[in-house]
Write a protein that binds this ligand. Structure first.
Ligand code: ATP
Ligand code: MG
Length: 379
């Protein structure tokens, strides 16, 4: 775990470019620092491996004050990837990756084996690339080598300062995917700096939005999107962002919370009465009446009620059992697909135990789009 405690930094002893910064980064988390140019992202990152030192305050790694660790030793145990890759042009790919293993005096065979492993890991054929020089590789390939090099000695902590920002959008997206896959396997503690909110939302377990050397909001991507703490964060996120990231809008965010229900033992006359009162032609038939948690058993629409209005008929006799439900965390893209593919106008939402939580209807979705459009026009 990395912890900043009231860390300040000034370069000229007048202005604090980092101002009383508190930040906790849990082990195995990928935390993104985002903010405008000059907000202090790189400075914050470089204090972690002591390329810069705080003017005041403390930084701990796994509870240990980093000022008590030899800086060279510290740096050898922290992977570091920067935008301009920083590969040495006169060294082969293999030698570049083996830089720190060499400093750590690993034997040749061990180094080779590790380098081949790493090239595989970042999607480059070892035989083909290990003896080439950096300028014989594309920008994206060089950046992959940068990542491989950072992983060479299997450090717990990896710092990445805008590692993908010089790449074209397609290569960039590819490398983001690869980083996520890598992280899924390796669970490193990663601090990742970017200017790009899309990248932050995609990669971050948490995002720290920085301004003038301070962290304005530190939260999950979902919360940054949905509950920006102030106008600055909202502006930074972009008002229409939710609509650029529909996979972050979940069924539970859009569902109507109290859908019309009817219990199994009720009659068609009661069904008609509820439909009229709630102005709907779609009722969820549930196992129990009243306010208790309910499970959906089927649905009732005018079709099921047709010619079945006598009072000896109960909902349990006529309910339609072919219906779909989705979990609360089903995202908007999936919801829309399910509704489209199955030609649904209504989609109940249930929790993990199958209890009814709400209902998504065509109207809820239309209203949502209407809101988004009016936000968009205001922005
Ligand atoms: N070596 C230095 N000497 C003096 N001032 C510096 C030095 N490095 C950074 N600064 C100043 O500290 C502030 C924060 O810089 P930093 O590089 O941390 O910003 P950043 O958020 O990484 O910006 P960018 O997005 O442009 O990379 C800036 O005002 C910058 O001018
Ligand atoms: Mg920077």
């Amino acid at each position: 775990m990395i912890e900043f405690k009231k860390v300040s930094k000034s370069y000229d002893s007048q202005t604090n470019v980092i101002d009383q910064l508190d930040l906790k980064i849990n082990k195995g988390e990928l935390v993104v620092l985002i903010g405008e140019s000059g907000s202090g992202k790189t400075t914050t990152m470089k204090m972690i491996n002591r390329l810069h030192e705080p003017t005041s305050g403390t930084i701990l790694i796994d509870g240990k004050n980093i000022m008590e660790i030899n800086p060279i030793e510290l740096r050898r145990n922290i992977g570091y990837v920067i935008q301009k890759v920083g590969l040495f042009p006169h060294m082969t790919i293999g030698e570049n990756i083996e830089l720190i293993p060499t400093l750590k005096k690993w034997d040749k065979a061990k180094k080779r084996k590790r380098t081949e492993e790493l090239l595989d890991l970042v999607g480059l054929n070892p035989q083909q690339y290990i003896d080439r020089y950096p300028n014989e590789l594309s920008g994206g390939q060089q950046q992959r080598i940068g990542v491989a090099r950072a992983l060479a000695v299997d450090p717990e902590v990896i710092l990445m300062d805008e590692p993908f920002s010089a790449l074209d959008p397609i290569t960039r997206e590819q490398l983001q995917e690869e980083l996520l896959k890598l992280q899924d396997e390796l669970h490193k503690t990663i601090v990742f700096v970017t200017h790009d909110m899309d990248e932050a939302l995609k990669l971050g377990d948490k995002i720290a939005v920085m301004k003038d050397g301070k962290i304005i909001q530190y939260d999950t991507p979902e919360n940054i999107l949905k509950n920006p703490i102030n106008d600055f964060v909202e502006y930074f996120v972009g008002k229409d962002r939710l609509w650029k990231s529909p996979e972050m809008v979940y069924a539970r965010d859009i569902m109507k919370k109290q859908p019309a229900t009817i219990s199994l033992e009720r009659t068609p006359a009661k069904a008609l009465e509820i439909m009229k009162e709630k102005q709907t032609d779609y009722l969820l038939v549930v196992d129990v009446p009243g306010d208790r948690p309910k499970k959906v058993q089927g649905i009732i629409t005018p079709k099921e009620l047709k010619n079945k209005t006598t009072s000896d008929i109960k909902m349990k006799d006529i309910l339609n059992k072919s219906y779909h439900v989705v979990a609360e965390k089903t995202n908007m893209v999936q919801v829309l697909n399910i509704m489209k593919e199955n030609k649904l106008k209504n989609l109940p939402v249930v929790d993990e135990d199958g209890y009814l939580k709400g209902l998504i209807t065509q109207t809820t979705i239309l209203n949502l789009f209407a809101d988004a459009i009016s936000d968009y026009e205001e922005a």
